[in-house]
Write a protein that binds this ligand. Structure first.
Ligand code: NAP
Length: 351
């Protein structure tokens, strides 16, 4: 273990998102993988034997012989990344926070909890102040990454909200198969098909967008007053969520104004320069047929949201299309950026 790196653990390390964590953390400048944990089915086995690798590339050689641990809060780490299913995360993540670990989670159960920051560093780094209330309950902390689809919506809506005051959002998502984990949706259901229902998804969009674009007042989160109507669809794309959206503003906004605001967005100053932060969190595309998931999901290593087809909307004010990488910005890389922010703000100490 290198002295200057922070030892981290991965909960759910054998799953689709867990594998992304393993791949990204194996070459991270600040963090070093110290423990891999998964279900009782995998615990006690070598990672290479327990894990069916489902993402592009090979598992990092250094982790192949690591023995998978059970999900007990006695891992040799101070920070853990959680890629656990919701029902398991609901139980296990508070156990780790109670034992003093900083938990950066991709799972949904704690996203709506008042004192858990729902975090995208470029959007709402100031929401870290909610952690103060957690400190009264346990020595550790939990910060949550948002739903993968709403991450790709909240990033472009943040600067538009600051500039023009977002009031209404109407969106249709076209979500990749990898968003359902492995083995996920049966091939006989998704090939040659579109499934117009993802359980619980549309409700999460409305709640999480309000929290992300809301404010913290006197230590409490106040959600943004935005009406959202959503249609969530699963489509036969491997990685990359596409969203077509119309946005209504309180203040006048032309296509040129909106394009300029998106193009100039750099995100909250404290997030700039973090190892996983892209220089441009938003990439605006002027071609009539972009963004597309296959061509644009890997923009800035999967960390930038591509925005295109910005045009007037006869129902609301402006229409546009976004593409984001659901297992990178929308999951593992987004949670790693959150962890980097925790280090940069002193919530996780290097020593
Ligand atoms: N996929 C995405 O794009 C995406 C995006 C954002 C958020 N998320 C969220 O991230 C989490 C993980 O998603 P995923 O797609 O990686 O799921 P997944 O492929 O099904 O992996 C689940 C992981 O959790 C472990 N696990 C399963 N049941 C368990 C149990 N009863 N006790 C302990 N560990 C258990 C598995 O270990 P074994 O291998 O030992 O069974 C595996 O390591 C979910 O909460 C999901 O909603 C996913």
């Amino acid at each position: 273990m290198a002295d200057d790196k922070i030892p981290v653990g991965i909960l759910g390390a054998t799953g689709a998102v867990g594998q992304r964590f393993v791949q990204l953390l194996a070459r991270h400048p600040w963090f070093e993988i110290a423990a891999l944990a998964a279900s009782e089915r995998s615990a006690g086995q070598r990672y290479a034997d327990a894990c069916k690798w489902v993402i592009p590339g090979d598992p990092p050689p250094a982790v192949g012989d690591t023995v998978v641990q059970p999900l007990t809060p006695n891992l040799p780490a101070k920070l853990v990344f959680s890629a656990l299913p919701s029902d398991v995360a609901r139980e296990v993540e508070p156990q780790f926070a109670r034992a003093g670990y900083a938990v950066c989670t991709n799972a949904a159960p704690h996203r709506a909890v008042d004192d858990v920051p729902l975090l995208i560093p470029e959007v709402n780094a100031d929401h870290l102040s909610l952690i103060a209330a957690q400190r009264a309950v346990w020595p550790g902390l939990i910060v949550a990454s948002p739903n993968c689809t709403i991450t790709g919506v909240a990033l472009p809506l943040k600067p538009l909200d600051v500039a023009f005051d977002v009031r209404k959002v109407f969106l249709t998502s076209m979500q990749a198969i990898s968003g359902a984990g492995y083995p996920g949706v049966a091939s006989l259901d998704i090939l040659d098909n579109v499934i117009p229902y993802i359980p619980g998804e549309e409700e999460k969009f409305a709640q999480e967008l309000g929290k992300l674009l809301g404010r913290v007042v006197d230590g409490r989160g106040v959600p943004a007053d935005i009406v959202l109507s959503a249609h969530a669809n699963r489509v036969p794309v491997f990685d990359g969520h596409t969203v077509s959206l119309s946005v209504g503003f309180a203040r006048p906004a032309s296509v040129a104004d909106v394009s300029a605001v998106l193009r100039d967005f750099r995100g909250d100053e404290i997030a700039r320069g973090l190892p996983s932060a892209p220089e441009h969190p938003l990439i605006t595309r002027s071609e009539p047929d972009r963004p597309q998931p296959r061509r644009d999901r890997d923009a800035a290593g999967g960390m930038a949201i591509s925005v295109g087809r910005i045009r007037p909307c006869p129902l609301l004010d402006i229409r546009m299309t976004t593409v984001s990488h659901n297992t990178l910005r929308g999951a593992a890389s987004g949670a790693i950026l959150n962890a980097e922010l925790l280090v940069a703000t002193g919530h996780v100490m290097r020593k």
